[in-house]
Design a protein around this ligand. Structure first.
Ligand code: SF4
Ligand code: SF4
Ligand code: SF4
Length: 401
């Protein structure tokens, strides 16, 4: 195996633990790999997901017992993600000591935006990438369970009957406890969240994932596709292939099919994002100012955006502490000045805002416009980029020794 190679992966036949569990997602390859990693201490724990109050709402949990991996709520995580203030990166930073304990290797499944958040947090010494094993997820976006429940109501389907969800080739297929399935075309009957539709980074491109995992792909069969992204990813896949999985290297033609599939999704997303930016660009300076301020005026100072943002890491946040005395406009301008240039466009702030303020769009546009000032600036792209507003960054920009 070499870094950069893609493999179709399936679990070996006769894996007792796998067969005794009712698998909720995919063909079982990812669960077999994660189970193998825990059993063989290739990681000490996995950050996993379990249902919070119903099938549509998850919370993060730490799994140490290999057999518990088979109960991972993967289909919900892929379809809906962690809700509200939870995110994989924030959990690692705040609840797992930023993965800074050198005697504890932490395995995570992370979307491309989680990985970008890891990078921004690592730049600020909030997490250590060295102690993570990252399985990067190909991600076409996440569905808002509230929207899905409206669609289910219209279709007279009891939400409690949903046991599993698969997103593939632009279709969300729900498996029901009656043994039947119900398919909804994305973009027509239900859609992913708007900022996901505009997210032009559907696979992790940064040099942080050890493996990437593709389940939504146009290739024949139900194989799960893995790409080897690092030396430790290669070692894990090679070892797992000796015991629990069967791997088949993808042909160049299949790899091209995968790349074309993602490139087309990313191109559509880029065009949508550009059209949103264009709406702001077409406004006069006064109109844009009014648009932003009138949105900020709606703010109720609930602080959910700050709590949800994966790159807001201050333990003693000045804005939170002074929220009752600060004007809502000042709250938002302060927040924007703190995270606006590092926003990795995950959309969490927009998701949680009770006033539907387009926070993600405003931050993203700020990042875009700042590229004129800081050419090449790309939050979450590489650990090597010095944050332009840091002391080191400002010193470099001024040419000082
Ligand atoms: S912002 Fe991008 S990476 Fe993050 S959940 Fe949405 S589509 Fe996936
Ligand atoms: S500002 Fe919003 S979109 Fe940007 S990283 Fe924070 S939560 Fe995500
Ligand atoms: S989530 Fe919305 S309402 Fe709450 S503090 Fe943030 S901008 Fe204001």
């Amino acid at each position: 195996m070499e870094i950069g190679e893609f493999f179709a992966v399936r679990p070996k036949e006769g894996l007792e633990e796998l067969e005794s569990h009712e698998l909720k997602y995919g063909n079982g390859a990812i669960q077999a790999i994660m189970n193998f990693m825990l059993k063989n201490q290739l990681v000490d724990v996995f950050l996993s997901f379990t249902e919070r109050k119903d099938h549509f709402s998850l919370k993060p949990v730490i799994v140490e017992e290999p057999k518990e991996i088979f109960d991972i709520s993967l289909s919900q995580f892929i379809a809906y993600n962690l809700p509200n203030i939870d995110s994989v990166s924030k959990y690692v930073a705040s609840k797992l000591n930023g993965a800074k304990d050198n005697d504890k290797k932490i395995g995570v499944i992370a979307r491309p935006c989680d990985i970008r958040a890891f990078i921004e947090l690592a730049k600020r010494d909030q997490i250590s990438l060295d102690n993570l094993f990252v399985i990067g997820l190909e991600c076409i976006g996440r569905i808002d369970p509230r929207e899905l429940k409206k669609v289910l109501k219209k279709a007279e389907i009891d939400p409690e009957s949903v046991v599993n969800e698969i997103i593939n080739n632009g279709v969300l297929t729900l498996e029901l406890n009656t043994g039947t399935t119900q398919a909804f075309k994305l973009g027509e009957e239900i859609d992913v969240r708007s900022y996901c539709n505009q997210c032009p980074k559907k696979v992790p491109k940064e040099n942080v994932a050890d493996l990437t995992f593709w389940i939504d792909h146009p290739l024949e069969g139900n194989e799960e596709i893995f790409e080897v992204r690092s030396t430790q990813g290669k070692e894990v896949l090679e070892k797992a292939a000796t015991e629990v999985i069967e791997v088949e290297k993808l042909s160049d033609e299949n790899i091209q099919q995968l790349k074309n599939y993602i490139a087309s999704l990313e191109q559509t997303a880029l065009e949508l994002q550009e059209s949103e930016f264009a709406k702001l660009d077409e406004m006069s300076d006064e109109e844009r100012f009014d648009y932003i301020i009138s949105n900020f005026e709606q703010c109720t100072s609930c602080m959910m955006c700050i709590r949800a943002c994966p790159i807001c890491y201050c333990k003693d946040c000045n804005v939170v502490r002074r929220r009752k005395e600060l004007d809502p406009i000042m709250i938002n301008l302060t927040r924007l000045s703190h995270v606006g240039d590092t926003c990795i466009a995950c959309g969490k702030c927009s998701e949680v805002c009770p006033k539907s303020i387009p926070l993600c769009l405003i931050s993203k546009k700020l990042v875009e416009d700042l590229k004129e000032l800081w050419p090449g600036h790309e939050p979450g792209h590489t650990i090597e980029e010095i944050p332009p507003r840091s002391w080191k960054g400002m010193k470099a920009a001024s040419g000082a020794e």
